[in-house]
Design a protein around this ligand. Structure first.
Ligand code: NAD
Length: 497
């Protein structure tokens, strides 16, 4: 089995093995955000190495080494992947904590459980999947055959490296494709280790390949490669726009899962303690580095003081620190420049109508990209902190009077990923379901994922949905087949003299 060692040089994984490090390759230091120590060196894949990875995927696809295997065999491989993740969960969680700073105690529930689910779900799906057959007219036997698309480029971000990468790899594999994944250059560790598990589980060489490096080098080469037929991207809007343009020029299928600035509406009818619990989790879990974070909290004025007293005191009590301490509730931010960017939102300027109610500063006695859980109170929904995705542990609170006003503020955003409502009124829940312009809405709950349900965003939060129905259509092509059951009357016979 190919080796993966921490403190080593991480290279691309092509055709079932890590490739040798090229002496001339650009090196990127992988830094532990809790200690600021370099834990590995990443060898960036250039255009030639990306081509090698795509060619490996293409060869495996054309040979049918994966998609032509009997479905029971493919299901068996997906189930073995689940078993191997379970076996190595402690190590994968440790790597994810070193890479991203997520508390190790939370990684088991939030990361590996979800990664297992990603593969288990599609293994289960394949046991049931069947296509339509139609024979109404008596002349033809018609049926739908599903083909895999081909070589898929999968591009994922750093905020949930293993979970988001595998949420693309699993459906790409389930529907018979070969792929090349590029994860974030900031957080490559756990996914590199995971590649060895895919090989051990029996995924044939070349079917899943990994390339590492910066977006404008490795990512851009991958998306532009003429043999790539499909691009699945999760990340920010700027990269999303470039990727969509390149994919469109090559007429490639393209799915974009982008950022958010999701509203959590707290109505005066809500169970306030449950709302405080849920909204805290919604913005401070994973240090707020979640696309679906409930980062704008809209509280009805009648209960705003009570809510804010509880929310601010609980936010200030969150234990920030070493992700390997069992008591830690929030780790550092993922990398230095990101910490600086998040902190820049926490220094309100006179006249912008924003008050810091808690936090706002870097923390941690020694090293590491730690910051305090932060609560900002804004006077206007137009404030920059209410409009831009901060992607850190920063809750922005706004007060409202009527439910109509709450909906108007919630929809006053260029994003439209998720929405949350804390309310004990059925009419408010039903109205929010109809009027919130978001890809999903949770009532009296923080974010819940179900792979049977669509997930994705409206407006600048993305194009397309992840969820079984959309992903089946995205990762496979429908083919309509008609077989004549008897000589069929032709509309005309040509060339008869
Ligand atoms: P990013 O867009 O900078 O990078 C995402 C990935 O794309 C990285 O692997 C990066 O190297 C690559 N990339 C960047 N430019 C590229 C290019 N021109 N061509 C090809 N690849 C390129 O985003 P990020 O900072 O890593 O992630 C944070 C963003 O991701 C936030 O906006 C967050 O909301 C969003 N996100 C969305 C979802 C979702 O499901 N909607 C989930 C997680 C994160």
């Amino acid at each position: 089995m190919p080796a993966f060692v921490l403190n080593s040089t991480i290279t691309s994984f092509i055709d079932g093995a890590f490739v040798a490090a090229r002496p001339d390759s650009h090196r990127i230091a992988v830094i532990n955000p809790s200690t600021e120590e370099t834990v590995a060196q990443l060898c960036e894949a250039d255009v030639t190495e990306v081509d090698r990875a795509v060619q490996a995927a293409r060869r495996s696809f054309e040979a049918g080494s994966w998609h032509r295997l009997p479905v029971e065999q493919r299901i068996g491989v997906l189930r073995r992947v689940c078993a191997l993740i379970e076996r190595d969960a402690d190590e994968l969680c440790r790597l994810e904590s070193i890479d991203l700073g997520i508390p190790c105690s939370q990684a088991r529930g939030m990361v590996t459980a979800r990664v297992i689910r990603n593969f288990g779900f599609y293994a289960d799906h394949l046991t049931q999947a069947a296509e339509r057959a139609v024979r109404q007219d008596g002349l033809y036997q018609r049926y739908v055959h599903r083909d895999p698309v081909g070589v898929c480029a999968l591009i994922s971000p750093w905020n949930a490296p293993l979970m988001l990468a595998t949420s693309k790899i699993a459906p790409a594999l389930a529907f018979g494709n070969s792929c090349v994944i590029k994860t974030s250059e900031y957080t490559p560790l756990a996914l590199a280790r995971f590649m060895t598990l895919l090989a051990e589980a029996g995924v044939p060489p070349g079917v899943v390949n990994l390339v590492n490096g910066r977006g404008h080098v490795t990512g851009a080469s991958l998306v532009a490669h003429p043999d790539v037929a499909l691009v699945s991207f999760t990340g920010g809007g700027a990269a999303g726009r470039q990727i969509a343009a390149t994919a469109a020029a090559g007429l490639k299928k393209c799915d974009l899962e982008l950022g958010g600035k999701s509203a959590s509406i707290v109505s005066d009818s809500a169970d306030l303690e449950a709302a405080v619990d849920g909204t805290l989790l919604g913005i401070f879990a994973n240090s707020g580095q979640m696309c679906f974070a409930g980062s704008r909290i809209l509280v009805q004025r009648k209960v705003a003081d009570d809510f804010l007293d509880r929310f601010v005191s609980r936010a200030s009590a969150i234990r920030v620190g070493d992700p390997f301490e069992a008591a830690t509730e929030m780790g550092p931010l993922a990398y230095a420049a990101h910490l600086e960017r998040v902190l820049s939102y926490c220094k309100p300027v006179a006249g912008d109508g924003v008050t810091v109610l808690a936090g706002g500063r870097r923390t941690g006695a020694q090293r590491g990209y730690f910051m305090e859980p932060t609560v900002l109170l804004a006077d206007s929904a137009d404030a920059r902190v209410c409009q831009e995705e901060i992607f850190g542990p920063v809750a922005t609170v706004l007060r409202y009077d009527t439910f109509d006003e709450a909906i108007a503020i919630a929809n006053h955003s260029r994003y439209g990923l998720a929405g949350y409502l804390w309310s004990n009124r059925l009419d408010e829940s039903m109205a929010a379901g109809q009027r919130m312009r978001t890809g999903s809405l949770m009532v009296n709950s923080p974010m819940v994922f179900d792979l049977r349900m669509p997930f994705g965003g409206m407006r600048e939060s993305g194009v397309g949905r992840e969820g079984i129905e959309s992903l089946r259509n995205f990762y496979s092509e429908e083919k309509a087949i008609a077989i004549a059951m008897q000589p069929v009357p032709l509309p005309l016979r040509l060339g008869v003299r």
